[in-house]
Ligand binder design. Sequence first.
Ligand SMILES: *Cc1c(COP(=O)(O)O)cnc(C)c1O
Length: 399
Amino acid sequence: MPTSEEYMEMESTYGAHNYHPIPVVISKAEGIWVWDPEGRKYMDMLSSYSALNQGHRHPKVIQATVDQMDCVTLTSRAFYNDRLGPFLKLLTEVSGMDMALPMNTGAEAVETGIKLARKWGYEVKGIPDNQAEIIVCEDNFHGRTTTIVGFSSDAGSRDGFGPFTPGFKMIPYNDLAALEAAITPNTAAFLVEPIQGEAGVIVPDDGYLKEVSRICGENNVLLITDEIQTGFCRTGKMFCFEYDNIKPDILLVGKALGGGLMPVSAAIGSKEVMDVMKPGNHGSTFGGNPLACAVGTAAIEVLIDEKLDVAATEMGAYFMDQLREMNSPKLCDVRGKGLLIAIQLTPEAGPARQYTEALKSNGLLAKETHDSTIRFAPPLVITKEEIDQAMEIIRKVLA
Ligand SMILES: *Cc1c(COP(=O)(O)O)cnc(C)c1O
């Protein structure tokens, strides 16, 4: 059997270098734990960017997948299937919305949200043809399509991929005055992350989303919240918008909806917005396939049955307390909500990469975002004892 070194070499030789992975090969996983081909064990503190909230290979998600594979896996939307209806019903119930449109990857859900908002803008709000504007935030992360990277402020994501789709306006995050100033009669929507995950777990001021919702409502502008990373109990609620007692017009979900098994995403919204989509306007060959629906249904049921919202709140508070108590001179900030946590390194501490590699060598997998931030976002099934174990490693590397 090839060694870890050989697998890494092979990826690097035959694969495009669009990632810079931590040098570890994962060949087996269960819950919060993963193993490399040599049998070394690591704690997963990235959870595939929050796509593994239920943990690796959750038995109920695996069982639902196996059961569904014995029935039917792919139908296309040319026909109905017996899993899509119940899945959509469940999605609308857990989000408190009216209707959902199923896709696969997060970026596709975002594209769907953009298309919904524009069409609503023309047909319902009465924006003149091709004039619709969507307001987005600096340091956003919404995915990798050409339209989406076109409104990114990250040069590494954007440069070299133009020309870009017009119709987007950028404002600073967590800035209500900037939002009010940016709105025009042609504004269809404001697209925002309740917490900016990829930017380094940037938590806005308390009540930000509540005020955003008010401003959008007063101006007949749709509020689109991208909860692809913050959704499904990650921040301590089923959805992060619940902290502000609001409801977005369009909610974008993905990642953990796939239960760690496969890409499952959706744009969820009010009937008024969803009704702009007519047959032929939008679609996806794999979107809403019965296997994905079975996986998504099980993924949500596990979150509810195991009260992973409560777990994220409690374990997140415990973890953040421990990180703060460490009082490491290398750290200048510990921030987050639920189990979406980041530590900020001081300029003197040097690049974050050396620490994520040291954490790996000590059995803990985490990933740096930008040069000086490390994110800790373990599966929500992590226990207090396992957080204590993680803290021992983190102290050893960072204290
Ligand atoms: C990961 C992510 C996306 C993109 O999801 P993909 O499945 O990688 O296309 C979009 N928005 C946010 C907030 C994300 O974290």
